[in-house]
Design a binder for this molecule. Structure first.
Ligand code: TXA
Ligand code: MG
Length: 331
């Protein structure tokens, strides 16, 4: 799973030449390009089929690179970096004037993150050494726009295949859902996208619960579109109590279902695909995207996901499931 010296060298050469490299992070795999090179960044949008006004996260090798990209960095942002970097947290900050519009979607802010994956960090360090100044890797999740984010190198190949000259394999992603995004550019920090770093973790640093922005309005966050992270097969969320009745009714109608449940073991006599996920939010997040992807391959008519428990610790996966359901079955 560890890339060789030659793999890293090839990755750095490709990035310097304005080409794309897919890389593992602890959250999901990213589709990377030299963030200071607008022509390279344009290739990301082309490969993903992503609208050009959606800004990208710039990945950095360490805190000391932050001020090359961001200005007026507030104290609270430094505290968050100290606590959570390297790790699954993205900070939105006022950008330096030079940072290309291609990366920011024309906004006056930039999203920055130091990822907590050894392969990503090694690549970022080598890229920084080779490039000198302004070394950052712009990387959205390495899926086609609106689809399920990849959590293995094989998923990336399945999503983007020929469009990426090199996929660095760092094994399955430890977290499995995208980073928590916090906007620190407008005074009080605001959570724009929930993630592995939960409101409770943030409260411990901030001294109070952070504000959480609902999906409406600016700034543009593609992860906040109502339909996102979506399988190709239609998806329904059904409560645990109704699950077996629902499946029986589907069977009577001749429909095949793929079930994702943290509680119910596979039922005898039901010819459905069935996947049990861990019943804790961290384990569930780790396996969710791979399970959705498996169901897309299982040839079922409908993916049936058992409704999640209420509770703040389930916020991030509940958010992804809601959007997956909204976007499912549209292809
Ligand atoms: O975990 C992650 O964040 C992964 C890995 C690869 O790092 N990346 C990821 O990127 O999820 P992407 O592009 O799929 O989602 C990034 C989100 C988008 O919704 C984008 O709109 C938002 O970050 N974003 C980036 N820069 C922003 C900015 N300046 N203001 C507001 N939102 C921003
Ligand atoms: Mg994405």
């Amino acid at each position: 799973m560890t890339p060789s010296d030659a793999d890293y060298q090839r990755a750095v050469d490709l990035l310097l030449a304005g080409e794309l490299v897919a890389l593992p992070t602890e959250t999901v795999y990213g589709l990377g390009a030299d963030a200071a090179n607008p022509a390279a960044v344009a290739k990301i949008f082309a490969a993903k089929g992503r609208p050009a006004d959606h800004p990208l996260i710039v990945h950095l090798a360490g805190h000391d690179a932050v001020e090359a990209w961001a200005e007026q960095v507030p104290d609270v942002a430094w505290e968050l970096m100290e606590t959570f970097w390297p790790g699954p947290l993205t900070l939105i900050l006022k950008k330096q004037a030079w940072v290309p519009d291609a990366v920011t979607g024309g906004q006056d802010t930039v999203g920055l993150r130091v990822p907590g994956h050894p392969v990503a960090l090694e690549l970022l360090r080598r890229f920084a050494t080779a490039k000198g100044s302004h070394a950052g890797i712009a990387a959205p999740s390495a899926n086609r726009f609106g689809r399920i984010s990849p959590t293995t190198a094989a998923h990336v190949a399945e999503e983007l295949g020929e469009a990426v000259p090199l996929i660095l394999d760092g094994g399955p992603c430890a977290v499995g859902i995208e980073s928590t995004i916090i906007d620190c550019s407008r005074g009080e920090p605001v959570v724009l996208r929930p993630g592995h770093i939960s409101p409770l973790h943030l409260e411990a640093v901030l001294g109070k619960a952070p504000a959480i922005e609902t999906s409406h309005g600016a700034p543009r966050v593609s992860g906040s579109l109502e339909a996102h992270y979506a399988p190709i097969t239609p998806l329904r969320v059904v409560t645990g109590e109704r699950l077996l009745d629902f499946l029986n009714a589907q069977r009577h109608r001749g429909g095949t279902c793929g079930v994702i449940s943290p509680n119910q073991p596979p039922q005898a006599g039901m010819p459905h695909a069935w996947r049990m996920l861990p019943a804790d939010p961290v384990g569930y997040a780790h396996d969710l995207y791979a399970a959705l992807r498996d169901m897309d391959h299982a040839g079922v008519d409908l993916i049936v996901v058992e409704a999640l428990p209420a509770g703040a610790e389930w916020t991030a996966v509940a958010d992804r499931l809601r959007r997956a359901a909204a976007g499912a079955g549209q292809n």
